[in-house]
Design a protein around this ligand. Structure first.
Ligand code: FES
Length: 109
C-alpha cells in the first residue's frame, strides 16, 4: 500500500533544560515522559533515606514525580505538558518543622 501524497509532517521537538542539560520533548508529551525518554528516571529524593524518585503512578496521584518547573517547585511532572524553553530542576527536599517530614509523595522511608 502506497502512502504517496499522504506525507505526515512531524512537529519540531521542544527543547527543555533539566539542571542545565538540554532535553527534547515531543509536542503533547508530559515533562515526566520527556525526562524518562531522555534516560532521566529520578529527579528528587525521599526526605529521610534519600531514595530516588521519579515517575511512579503517572496519573497525578502519588506525588512521587515532584519537580521544579521554571522556578515553581512542587509540580507533578506526569501532569505538566512539556513546552519549548522550559527550565526543569531537581526538587529540593525540605523537612517540615511540624513533623520532621517535608514535601509530599509516597516516600515510604
Ligand atoms: S507519577 Fe504519580 S503523581 Fe506523578
Amino acid at each position: 500500500m502506497s502512502h504517496a501524497g499522504r506525507e505526515r509532517t512531524e512537529a519540531a521537538p521542544y527543547r527543555l533544560t533539566f539542571d542545565g542539560t538540554t532535553v527534547t520533548a515531543r509536542p503533547g508529551q508530559s515533562v515526566g515522559a520527556a525526562l524518562v525518554a531522555a534516560g532521566i528516571v529520578s529527579w528528587r529524593t525521599t526526605r529521610r533515606a534519600g531514595g530516588p524518585r521519579g515517575l511512579f503512578c503517572g496519573i497525578g496521584v502519588c506525588f512521587d514525580c515532584l519537580i521544579t518547573v521554571d522556578d515553581h517547585p512542587g509540580q507533578r511532572a506526569c501532569l505538566v505538558p512539556a513546552r519549548d524553553g522550559m527550565r526543569l530542576s531537581r526538587e529540593e527536599t525540605r523537612p517540615s518543622a511540624e513533623d520532621g517530614r517535608g514535601g509530599e509523595g509516597s516516600d515510604g522511608d
